[in-house]
Design a protein around this ligand. Structure first.
Ligand code: GLP
Length: 301
């Protein structure tokens, strides 16, 4: 015996399943459309200052950690995320933001630097975030720059990201040449964690983090662009005039391995948070502000 509309005399499309009503199919199609709209969004958010941008990024991370205490966070180094890390530390101290069950994976590390080296990313993360929050040390991961078998270390790093269930939210800065992580221009858009050779420009940009006269390493281990594209959400932060050109190329230029950050157009959920100075080379700032100011409620979640 048949149930539903057809048995009550209503015509029924032949492709409907025995238990599907037109309304159910309509709802399924609608949610599919909504999912499609959600997919492949690069949201450009311009904030009045670096501080405001850092606070906004911290709020997005805090909201994830409150919703999902065992969140897997992808972390970045450099001067860009410093304000964000300071705010996360404050939220932990003053508001009880709890990182006890969180797991972290850093993007990269210099080859040849011991974790205790003041310019190593192990040291950077310890000093600027980890010692100020309650993340369990065994849940923090940074590529091993002293590895004697770099390909095996890189493969194991990818495996541990997979074992953790993938990265929920990845923080990124951008190099003045458009790199993300240490994926220098001409990196494969499908690349995985591997060794990279730094360009002279990146070595010069990062020299201030090293003691005077000390050589910046030529080699690094970095998550690949393919690895970054698999994360569930990305927050790319860019501050200051020095980043304006790279950000314009990444956001409004063509997708190209020559501008690694442009690959984020293939990311399902990428947010780019800029201060005014970093937005000066963009052409469509009015539109980005309009989109942000008129965001539908369901997109704010
Ligand atoms: C290094 C890091 C990147 C970072 C970039 C920008 O190359 N590997 O992850 O985004 O520096 O650094 P800064 O934020 O200091 O400008």
């Amino acid at each position: 015996m048949h149930s539903g509309a057809a048995s009550q005399g209503h015509p029924r499309a032949s492709w409907l399943g025995p238990r599907q009503t037109m309304l159910e199919v309509f709802i399924a199609l609608l949610s599919c459309v909504v999912r499609c709209i959600r997919a492949f969004v690069m949201e450009v958010i311009i904030q009045p200052s670096q501080e405001a941008a850092s606070l906004l990024a911290a709020k997005m991370i805090a909201s994830l950690v409150r919703r999902k205490p065992a969140a897997v966070l992808g972390l970045a180094t450099g001067s860009t995320p410093l304000g964000l890390y300071r705010e996360l530390a404050r939220m932990h101290r003053e508001e009880g933001l709890d990182f006890q069950r969180a797991t972290t994976f850093n993007l990269d590390e210099y080859v040849g630097l011991a974790p205790g080296h003041p310019a190593s990313y192990h040291h950077f993360m310890r000093e600027n975030l980890f010692r100020h929050i309650n993340v369990a040390p065994e849940n923090t991961h940074i590529p091993d720059g002293l590895s004697c078998d770099i390909p095996a270390t890189c493969e194991a790093y990818e495996a541990s990201i997979r074992a953790a269930g993938g990265i929920d939210l990845q923080i990124l800065g951008i190099g003045s040449d458009g790199h993300i992580g240490f994926n220098e221009p001409a990196s494969s858009l499908a690349s995985r964690t591997r060794i990279k050779t730094l360009t002279p420009r990146t070595r010069a940009d990062n020299a201030p983090f090293f003691a005077q006269g000390e050589e910046v390493p030529h080699h690094v281990i970095t998550m690949g662009i393919g690895t970054i594209l698999e994360t569930r959400q990305v927050l790319l932060l860019g501050f200051g005039l020095k980043k304006a050109e790279a950000l314009a190329a990444a956001i409004e230029g063509p997708v190209s391995p020559m501008v690694p950050a442009s690959a984020l157009h293939f990311h399902p959920r990428a947010h780019v948070i800029l201060d005014e100075a970093a937005a000066t080379r963009l052409e469509r700032t009015d539109y980005y502000r309009h989109v942000f100011d008129n965001k539908p409620v369901w997109q704010k979640q």
